[in-house]
Design a binder for this molecule. Structure first.
Ligand code: AHR
Length: 488
């Protein structure tokens, strides 16, 4: 029997909606085909951006979208992506398949996409192969309301008013693809670059520095914490390890559990990173920005190895659910997270094939979990069964209360065979618990998924099976499932 006590009278911490952020890189078929098809495409679009994908993403209430990379960001020269499309200079996408990048999707198109979806832009600037001037001019182009060279250029390209922008990263993975820098070198570069990162409309930019390993984070925090608002870290889940990522479908039970174990490792990573951040920022002003996370498997057979296209199954849904539970519970330090990536790349929300789209099990988890956005975290105590053969907890959970006073509990059952019997106590409320309703995503097989032939195999269903007995909620969670319940 698994027991959960939700301390309904102890909520103090807000879960930033930005934990539910997304990431779209110029990688494979994420931007081109996935989001951008061009104005002349037979696929229904608005100013080149596909309507079906925008409609689906809008339902997630996406708080922010990170762009243009990833590793691509430190190769990207923004001026190549503005002006008449037919005159834009192309480039080689050196990190992702060596393909030619047309630069047809640039700043204007990205901002247009964000406003169609109703999400905030989060832009990552180029440190690795860029200059301070290039970065500061990009900000001038986006934010300058009055007269200036970059504001005039923006107007000449058809945009009168500056755009709204808050989130700005100074480079990506600068310890690796973003310039192979040392921590000290990056810390100094960050201090210099950020000095010229300004919002010229008078608003405050939220400046994000590159972090990652413990030693790196220690140096960057020590040297530059006072100049940053956020520290970016990445955490990917492999079925085994980087060198043996494993298949996205058709995997054995051992890989279900090794994936779960690796995914749960994100909590230890957050704790370690937070400990280092606490050293230099005990007031927790600087946010931990988990701006790349998710599963990373072998690419689908026959697809371009540089395009990182993978299927998405109920295993990914459970990884998404338990990771979001971890972020919710660490909302004091984790201020933003961005799953990688939105369409057709890694743990995607949406897969496309020509005019067809498929919403993945991960999409449905994000859609169900949106109730936690900007809600108050309710601390809970989970006393749960172990999956002995895998040395793992069987259940993952988090709870919150939203602005309307509604309490939500999100749950994952990690077991591949056993249902989880749960007893939930809601402590600290004047009124007794009456019942619970909600939705659940589950599948009969470990790699249960949606595809273009059957796009609705794994979709949320009404959760039946919760009853109140003796003031406590009793429920049964099927194996391999993710549920979000409203407790009444
Ligand atoms: O998301 C794919 C890649 O993973 C990103 O470009 C990079 O930042 C990370 O290594």
């Amino acid at each position: 029997m698994n027991k959960i006590v939700i301390n309904a009278d102890q909520g103090a911490q807000k879960i930033s909606k930005h934990i539910y952020g997304h990431f779209a890189e110029h990688l494979g078929r994420c931007i081109y085909e996935g989001l951008w098809v061009g104005e002349d495409s037979p696929i229904p679009n608005t100013r080149g951006i596909r309507n079906d994908v925008v409609a689906a993403l809008s339902k997630l209430e996406m708080p922010n979208l990170r762009w243009p990379g990833g590793c691509f960001a430190d190769t990207y020269h923004w001026k190549d992506g503005i002006g008449p499309r037919s005159q834009r200079q192309d480039m080689v996408n050196v990190f992702w398949g060596g393909v030619t990048e047309s630069n047809h999707f640039g700043t204007h198109e990205f901002m247009d996409l964000c406003s169609m979806i109703g999400t905030e832009p989060y832009i990552c600037g180029n440190v690795g192969s860029g200059t301070v001037r290039e970065m500061s001019e990009w900000l001038e182009y986006i934010t300058m309301p009055g007269s200036s060279p970059m504001a005039r250029l923006r107007r000449a390209n058809g945009r009168e008013d500056p755009w709204d922008l808050k989130y700005w990263a100074v480079g990506n993975e600068n310890w690796g693809c973003g310039g192979n820098m040392t921590a000290q070198q990056y810390a100094w570069e960050f201090r210099r670059y950020q000095s010229y990162c300004r919002h010229l409309g008078g608003k405050q930019l939220y400046k994000i520095a590159c972090g990652q390993g413990d030693d790196w984070n220690d140096v960057v925090m020590r040297e530059a914490a006072k100049f940053m608002d956020g520290l970016s870290v990445h955490y990917y889940t492999f079925a085994e390890k980087w060198e043996r990522k494993g298949a996205a479908t058709g995997f054995p039970a051992s890989e279900w559990y090794s994936t779960m174990k690796n995914a749960l490792g994100i909590e230890d990573f957050i704790d370690r990173t937070a400990t280092i951040m606490d050293r230099y920022d005990p007031a927790k002003r600087v946010g931990m920005i988990m701006d790349e996370w998710g599963t990373w498997y072998d690419v689908e057979p026959g697809s371009n190895p540089g395009f990182l296209y993978q299927q998405n199954t109920i295993r990914d849904a459970v990884v998404a659910g338990l990771s979001l539970n971890v972020f919710n519970r660490h909302a004091d330090r984790v201020h933003m997270a961005n799953i990688a990536q939105t369409v057709n790349v890694l743990q995607a929300m949406i897969l496309t094939e020509g005019p067809k789209i498929v919403l993945t099990p991960t999409y449905h988890v994000f859609e169900m979990y949106k109730v936690h956005q900007d809600a108050t975290l309710l601390p809970l105590v989970l006393d749960c069964d172990r999956i002995e053969e895998a040395a793992l907890p069987a259940v993952s959970a988090s709870a919150s209360r939203d602005a309307k006073g509604r309490t939500h509990l999100s749950l994952c059952n990690l077991h591949i065979e056993k249902e989880a019997e749960l007893e939930v106590e809601l402590r600290g409320l004047p009124a007794a618990l009456k019942g619970a309703s909600g939705r659940i995503v589950a599948a009969p097989t470990m790699d249960g998924r949606n595809d273009f032939a059957a796009p609705n195999r794994v979709v949320p269903k009404a959760f039946e099976g919760a009853k109140v007995e003796g003031g406590k909620l009793k429920l049964r969670l099927p194996p391999m499932s993710v549920a979000v319940l409203e407790l009444a």
